[in-house]
Design a protein around this ligand. Sequence first.
Ligand code: ATP
Ligand code: MG
Ligand code: FE
Length: 344
Amino acid sequence: PLILGIETSCDETGVGIVRGQTLLADAIASSVDEHARFGGVVPEVASRAHLEAMVPTIERACETAGIRLSDVDAIAVTSGPGLAGALMVGVAAAKALAVGLGKPIYGVNHLAAHVAVDQLEHGPLPEPCLAMLVSGGHSSLLRVEDVTVGVDPMGATIDDAAGEAFDKVARLLGLPFPGGPHIDRVAREGDSVYIDFPRGLTARRDLERHRFDYSFSGLKTAVARWVEARERSGEPVPVADVAASFQEAVCDVLTRKAIDAATSEGIEDILIGGGVAANSRLRAMAEERAAAQGIRVRIPRPGLCTDNGAMVAALGAEMVARGRTPSALDLPADSSQPITTVLV
Ligand code: ATP
Ligand code: MG
Ligand code: FE
């Protein structure tokens, strides 16, 4: 079956088309440049950009896939979590298509879609698997039993998300928004052991209550203090070294806890998704450390890690393949849809 997926939870308007788990098109329009001067995504701006981009992006996806809209067998759309106004645009467009074409609609969880997308590249998901979702809004460890039904949260950040930390530290270092890719780039020239930044929630007393949880706000503060002290002393800030040391601290904790969670569950496959999964150091460290424990790691290519429509289509295709009941036509856009609700 041919599935069209729509993603509008944040600042990218994504339309993906898959046949089964074969990717035919992944069209994206991003309003990221419009947000850059504000240093973060502005919800109102994002909603309006989605509205303007929706129809052209659908058309572009169909053109790339070489299909007509009437060929589509089902529509999938991100119903949440995300920005309310942004989600509403995608959900409204998906409903219009479903009604117009007389095809079923699946309102799906954005985070589960970040997991499901890996199938487009690496084949059927190993289930159960341990998913580490790291993005601008989330940092969670999930036990995935069946990606279309439910995922069990094992742990999550208790303050900032990993991507948020990347973006804040980048800002501090004078790098553009969103900062993750810029830190990744400048860190290549830096010394990752130049500064020993704190590893959140890894002390023994923290592990008792927060074994699989993350904390990145202390790290962000430590970087800010270090940079301020350097500036006060009048010496130049070694941007590449700070970026590399910060990135090392984030990746160290992320990979350590993911492997610990997998091991504790007797799970041999770790799947990493979300925008931060595009990070080159995280990818390398996860692979190296997991291999040492006999654990396999799957990470989609960077373009599939950040928000896109293909991930929604991939999860929709899985809903169809596993015979899940479609959503009602009055499905809601739920800005705080819990990760435990995969299909609304
Ligand atoms: P959500 O949290 O709802 O999934 P999101 O808006 O965070 O959505 P994503 O595209 O999943 O969207 O993730 C974006 C985040 O990923 C940003 O914080 C960005 O800085 C970060 N990011 C992207 N590429 C990299 C990279 N190479 N290294 C580190 N962080 C990155
Ligand atoms: Mg984004
Ligand atoms: Fe996302």
